[in-house]
Design a protein around this ligand. Structure first.
Ligand code: ASP
Length: 455
């Protein structure tokens, strides 16, 4: 049995949904179909999830949201019309949205979540109706009925262990199951969404729960590329990579597969294939437990901006018991998670995602470091990027860091930090954000210019 997930662009229009139907019909093993909300049909288009966020905001702030509501209904209406579906399905969707607008008004987080989740929920109902209309035996299954239990964290829920047991019974359903991505229910029956882009996570949970032989993640590219094609001209396609490699790459900007989606597939050893709805016969990229890496120690290079460093120094820091813990406690008190902590004998930098900081938080961190930790120096700097070289073969290839640092120096960029995690699947360079694209291009040339398609 295979679980297939179709992302926003794959279900953005009637034309795309017809392609989805042909893909499902082409392989009887494709039993469970997880769908996103309609995404962008063209570059300047707005995703239905974003329209729903606007709808929630208008309703909460202005108490008047008819125009925003009609914008959402219109999207489904256009799709239904082109798919020759009965007008009734659009009425069901409109009624559902109007109902949601009346619930949890005094709990804004839950209110926003229940509207966001409607994007996938209503799309799954519409797609199931379309499948049935063309004679494909299919049914919409709600995450509540199927038991997709999640933690009580609106906007960033996580699946609970019981969810896997409950969802296993989807195996026994007759016909194709059409399942909405992106949300589940807390034990108290409250709807909670995953992080943005979280339909990938639903697909992975389902694939793990039913012990699928394959999780096919359909998107709008033929494969995962070794570097961002918007920066590097014609990068090579990755044919096969490990879970660890994908995790490292998706950490730093490879948005083709959600980083939280890897865990369920990895834990239950379900191989993942990234495929293209617009070109389903292309083999795609396989994500598996192991690969042969002797010929290609580096599989990809990712780069992501938006990092800040909190730098502290104190003479004899290395001898002070609990210094690191107390510093990290200050960050925890401000609800800031950290990404890297490169350190010297008497100094330590904590690298964090900048969006977690505010001027008020920064001021509190600096004053607590001075007063409680009695540091000699403390400051916060912004506008850093992390460039990550990823590959299973890196740990036993000599001279790789030397090649990378030489390439970075060739474009005149200063390396602010180097971090080779103990897994040695990645080598991270902290640089100034302004140098990101030049560094990425140069590293790509260094490691891939003579390489053919990776195996
Ligand atoms: N529709 C949701 C979003 O835009 C989830 C997804 O598409 O995976 O974030």
């Amino acid at each position: 049995m295979k679980v297939c997930k179709f992302g926003g662009t794959s279900v953005a229009s009637a034309e795309q949904i017809k392609k989805v139907a042909s893909i499902i019909q082409a392989d009887p093993k494709r039993k469970i179909v997880v769908v996103s909300a309609p995404g962008k049909r063209f570059d300047e288009d707005i995703k239905v999830t974003d329209l729903l966020i606007d709808l929630a905001a208008a309703s909460l702030n202005k108490n008047e949201a008819e125009a925003e509501l009609q914008a959402v209904v219109q999207r489904y209406g256009d799709i239904a019309k082109e798919l020759d579906l009965n007008e009734e399905i659009v009425q069901v969707i409109e009624k559902d949205l109007r109902e949601r607008l009346t619930l949890n008004l005094n709990q804004p987080e839950l209110f926003v979540d229940q509207l966001k989740a409607s994007g996938e929920d209503n799309n799954a109902k519409l797609i199931a109706a379309y499948f049935s209309s063309i004679g494909l035996e299919a049914e919409y299954v709600s995450p509540k009925e199927a038991g997709l239990l999640v933690s009580d964290e609106p906007g960033r829920a996580r699946a609970l262990p019981e969810a896997y047991e409950n969802l296993n019974s989807l195996r026994d359903r007759k016909g194709v199951v059409v399942f909405p991505g992106f949300f589940g229910y807390s034990k108290d029956g409250v709807m909670m969404t995953f992080a943005r882009g979280g339909s990938d996570i639903t697909g992975s949970i389902l694939a793990a729960a039913i012990h699928a032989e394959l999780y096919e993640n359909f998107t709008d590219v033929d494969s995962v590329f070794a570097a961002n094609p918007r920066v590097v001209n014609n990068p090579v396609e990755i044919k096969r990579m490990t879970y660890r490699e994908m995790r490292e790459l998706s950490y730093a900007g490879f948005s083709v597969f959600h980083d939280e989606a890897l865990m369920p597939a990895f834990q239950y050893s379900v191989p993942v294939c990234i495929k293209n709805t617009n070109n389903p016969s292309a083999p795609g990229t396989m994500i598996v437990a192991e690969r042969e890496y002797s010929k290609s120690p580096v599989i990809g290079i990712a780069a992501d901006g938006g990092f800040s460093t909190i730098y502290v120094s104190k003479y004899l820091m290395n001898r002070e018991l609990g210094f690191g813990r107390r510093l990290l406690q200050i960050l925890e008190d401000e609800e800031i998670s950290y990404e890297h902590t490169p350190s010297g004998i008497d100094d330590l930098s904590v690298i964090v995602r900048s969006h977690q900081l505010t001027p008020e938080k920064e001021a509190r961190i600096i004053s607590r470091c001075r007063e409680e930790l009695k540091v000699d120096d403390v400051y916060i700097e912004h506008d850093f990027a992390m460039v990550v070289l990823v590959g299973e073969g890196m740990h036993n290839t000599l001279g790789l860091s030397a090649r990378a640092t030489t390439a970075i120096s060739r474009v005149g960029a200063n390396i602010e930090m180097i971090n080779q995690g103990s897994s040695e699947v990645s080598l991270v360079f902290g640089i100034h954000e302004k140098d990101t694209n030049n560094v990425l291009k140069e590293l790509y040339n260094e490691f891939f210019s003579t390489t053919a398609v990776l195996q």
